[in-house]
Design a protein around this ligand. Sequence first.
Ligand SMILES: Nc1ncnc2c1ncn2[C@@H]1O[C@H](COP(=O)(O)OP(=O)(O)OP(=O)(O)O)[C@@H](O)[C@H]1O
Ligand SMILES: [Mg+2]
Length: 471
Amino acid sequence: MLELLRTSTFRLAIFYFGLFAFSAFAVLGLIYWQTVVYSDRQTGETIEAEITGLSEQYRNLGLNGLVQVIEERSSPERGSSMLYLLTDVNGRTISGNLTRWPDAHIDPDGWMRFRLNAPGGRLQDRHLAQATSFLLGGGYQLLVGRDLWERQEFHARITAALAWSAALTLALGLIGGVIASRSTLRRIETVNRAAAGIMAGEISRRIPVRRSGDEFDRLAGNLNAMLDRIEQLMAGMREVTDNIAHDLRSPLGRLRNRIETALLEPPSLDSYHEALQLSIVDADRLLATFASLLDIAEVEAGAPRAVIEPLDLTDLVTGLAELYEPAAEEAGLSLHQDLPTAPIIVRGNRQLLSRALANILENAIKYTPAEGSMSIGLQVEGEMARIVVADTGPGIPLESRDRVFDRFYRLEESRTTPGNGLGLSLVRAAARLHKGEVALTDTTPNASNPGLTVTLELPISGDKGAPLVSS
Ligand SMILES: Nc1ncnc2c1ncn2[C@@H]1O[C@H](COP(=O)(O)OP(=O)(O)OP(=O)(O)O)[C@@H](O)[C@H]1O
Ligand SMILES: [Mg+2]
């Protein structure tokens, strides 16, 4: 219960109820005040008019006439709330429905306020009254007043109404607050429970969503999406570390075996020399793999150190095509070039783009059997520059096209060719860093030998170009 009172929902509910109660009381108070002021003014006016009327009676009809009028007006049958008292020089009562002169003091406006002690007729005791007096000729004194029981009644009713509504508002506010915060608390508790479960190791646990679409559902949805993403990243990370462990074990084992074999053989400077040299080659290969892994990680993380500058893609692609032409020829492939002469400027990192494109070309040369052909093209398509490398090799089956971008993933058929399965990972990381995309498609519709076409799209530099790397 204490916990409930401390929730922000409860505090909010109480705040609103307080605000509501305050405005309700303010309106009620204003009405009360206005009514009292109005009725007070009316009372004053009535009394004054009565005095004027009676003094006129006195002037016209004399004392007897006045007494008669007073008697008539104050008779209980009339049920009037007016009060009258006429006294002589010695203060003795002559007429009226008040038994004696009230001993109230007269305020500066000439009004007396007092309580009625023993009123007659329907007037009950201890009513509040307001009156004023008037000196007639001959020492006679006339008091005219009014019983204020109506005003008193009104006051009592308003006070009771205020008290009741205060009690009711408070009760409703408390109940509403408790109900509202209980449901909020319950929903938060489910989030807490799920979080505790996840922390305890139930990684795939999710926060239940009610499908009502409220803010809690949106929060739960977002948290679940975040958890999905984290889980996915964790799985990716685990796969990468598994792969690294797996893929680096065999070269390291080979290295170790070579050294061991050399040691077991009869000592000879030549064989030691050869074994050490081969070990250096193996170690270099391992180091290169590590370097590639680190590069990919760095590029994926946004490569804050990479220099991004405007560069001419035509120049870069032409240079690489020339560089790989001999290798293609050596592999028995004809390399067709479809390159523009005009510069195409993109913002990017020259070294990274060269390495990415080099890997695409190396793949085509490596995986396309002799007698095949490959082509390299560069075009501008809208706001994108498009580099297309196509070959007539075995291609990559549809179901593996996503996976070849994963680190260390190689098709089963490629196991015999040297490579680590890191090239395309770098290509994709580089494409993404440049706000571009890489796509794999078939070169021909020939199902048995579709070939592979790699398309690398990069945004052309322009004023509209967003900065590639936020540092
Ligand atoms: N042009 C291609 N034709 C057929 N298969 C390809 C082609 N390019 C890539 N692949 C397949 O995709 C896999 C991943 O390619 P990737 O470039 O990432 O690694 P790799 O070439 O095997 O090794 P690395 O590039 O690290 O030396 C390759 O092992 C191969 O199975
Ligand atoms: Mg490769």
